[in-house]
Design a protein around this ligand. Structure first.
Ligand code: AMP
Ligand code: ZN
Length: 109
């Protein structure tokens, strides 16, 4: 989608700090980190929300990439992988993404 900021990051039209990339998934630093490690994982394909996923293999690909990035970041002992699905859940960017967060003791909720 031409006006989607994460599609622009995928295409290299917006700058990002990349941590992982394969043919289907990209991981890059959140611009406003809420934890010492706060990395976003997204499909390269534009899918607005988790609720729009039809081919669930992309979810497996993202989870696999999250494992790799968590290992590389040294947070494999504990991290969160969070998806905000829809406006009422706090989703702001409508290109599917998961927040990989860790690097500190995360509070329970
Ligand atoms: P969400 O509320 O789940 O839609 O989260 C969107 C996230 O995208 C927020 O944590 C933002 O800080 C982050 N974000 C917005 N613009 C950018 C950008 N250009 N590069 C990296 N992260 C971004
Ligand atoms: Zn997009």
């Amino acid at each position: 989608m031409s006006d989607c900021i994460f599609c622009k990051i995928v295409k290299g039209e917006l700058p990002s700090t990349k941590y992982y990339e394969d043919d289907r998934v990209i991981a890059f630093a959140d611009i406003d980190p809420k934890a010492p490690v706060h990395i976003l994982l997204a499909p390269k394909q534009h899918i607005p929300t988790m609720h729009d996923v039809k081919d669930f293999t992309i979810v497996a690909d993202i989870h696999k990439a999250a494992q790799i990035v968590a290992e590389e970041q040294g947070i494999a002992n504990g991290y969160r992988l969070i998806n905000n699905c829809g406006a009422d859940a706090g989703q702001i960017v409508f290109h599917l993404h998961y927040h990989l967060m860790g690097g500190e003791k995360l509070t329970s909720f």
